[in-house]
Design a protein around this ligand. Structure first.
Ligand code: LLP
Length: 381
């Protein structure tokens, strides 16, 4: 990725830099892979709810997947139509459910029987019928970090398979909810095909079973989870959407008139964003050399929280020599570390560093910890 260094030099750091062409090309690639098939993509707004990003995604025609009233508001404010909004989450409050119904959203992804009952009751009070999908926990291991694994019986998400019959029956008997779909989401940053193939097989089994009972399911929603290449962002700026969508084209037996929905977050926005930070000091310890930058875990928490690694580049050093550094932030926690034993161009105070692939779950997860300000956003245009 080429960074506009002249422009950067005048800016206060840290800031998130978004290459909007990368975003637009990513969206084009998604669109081209779902044209001609009944696939609909909702952008998982939790990955990044930045205004500019949202407006480009809306213009591309994607829908949205929300998990809170705040996300619902952000989507409506960004101009997304209620009919394209899916609303997931294990703990939707009455207020959030009410807002979803008021906005005539596409569908609630419902995660428990008590939630279904509350949706039915609130819809009834409003004289409406809410579209619902049951979120099913298929007990499939996504082989990803345990904090972003969601499809195992031990996880809090969805309905476990042995309880599915009961909730299907109960839902069909409720007058103010309409059972439209089955929803799944097995985890995030999934790099193997196998878990998605297993998901397709599980869905095929369930479809056969409920079809025999005469229960018609209009929508299958397989959630998100497609991983990205954090180590080589430049050679994988656009994730392998063809490979991903082909898995579903080849393995999932959609019925006539059925739609397959996706909720992609990370794969849509991760590679277009970088966190740009300046080197405040280079400090030599006895065992280590530290590059201390002005961004910290309050700006990008993924390394501290999930032991994630974002590629680190010195984007201003002209040095051809390299050295080995730990790259750390200014926050008073040892977990405030972006990389250990990183081989980087010789680095000095004032150099600018890019933490790559930070467009997803970066800016949106920023905090005021240590009373720090939120990072700014800067766009390629
Ligand atoms: N649908 C549901 C129901 C989800 O819970 C999620 C993500 C998505 C879709 C989007 O998944 P994606 O396509 O982005 O993998 N903060 C973590 C990631 C948390 C993901 C939570 N759920 C991180 O920085 O890695």
């Amino acid at each position: 990725m080429i960074f506009p260094l002249d422009k950067f030099k005048t800016l206060e750091t840290p800031f998130y830099y978004y290459d909007l062409n990368v975003l637009k090309n990513t969206l084009e690639e998604i669109k081209s892979n779902v044209s001609g098939v009944p696939f609909k993509v909702h952008y998982a707004i939790k990955a990044n709810a930045n205004d500019r990003i949202l407006s480009i995604i809306r213009e591309s025609g994607l829908g949205v997947d929300c998990v809170s009233g705040g996300e619902l508001n952000a989507a409506i404010k960004a101009g997304f139509d209620g009919s394209k909004i899916a609303f997931a989450g294990v703990g939707k409050t009455d207020k959030e459910i009410s807002a979803g119904i008021d906005n005539d959203i596409f569908c609630f992804n419902v995660e428990s029987l008590p939630e279904m009952q509350v949706i039915n009751e609130i819809a009834s009070n409003k004289g409406k019928t809410a579209n619902v999908a049951i979120r099913i926990n298929p007990n499939i291991d996504a082989h990803t970090h345990k904090y972003i694994t969601t499809g195992l019986n031990e996880n809090k998400f969805g309905i476990n398979l042995p309880q599915l019959d009961d909730i299907v029956k109960a839902t069909l008997a409720m007058p103010n909810v309409k059972l439209c779909g089955f929803h799944f989401h097995i985890g995030s940053q999934i790099l193997e095909k196998e878990p998605f193939i297993m998901l397709c097989e599980k869905i095929n089994e369930l479809q056969d079973k409920y079809e025999k009972q005469g229960i018609e399911i209009k929508i299958i929603n397989v959630g998100g989870g497609l991983g990205i290449d954090y180590n080589n962002p430049d050679s994988a700026l656009i994730p392998d959407f063809k490979g991903y969508f082909d898995i579903f084209k080849q393995n999932l037996k959609l019925r006539h008139g059925q739609e397959l929905h996706f909720e992609l977050g990370r794969s849509v926005v991760a590679q277009c964003g970088s966190l740009i930070t300046r080197v405040t000091y280079v400090k030599s310890g006895t065992a280590k050399k530290f590059i201390i930058v002005d961004a910290g875990m309050s700006d990008l928490i993924r390394p501290a929280l999930y032991q994630a690694h974002h590629k680190i580049e010195n984007i201003t050093s002209a040095a051809t020599d390299v050295d080995v550094y730990d790259v750390v932030g200014p926050i008073c926690e040892s977990s405030d570390c972006f990389g250990t034993d990183e081989t980087l161009a010789l680095t000095k105070r004032g150099d600018m560093i890019a933490l790559r692939s930070a467009g997803a779950y970066g800016e949106i997860m920023a905090s005021h910890y240590n009373c720090r300000e939120f990072p700014q956003s800067v766009y390629s245009d």
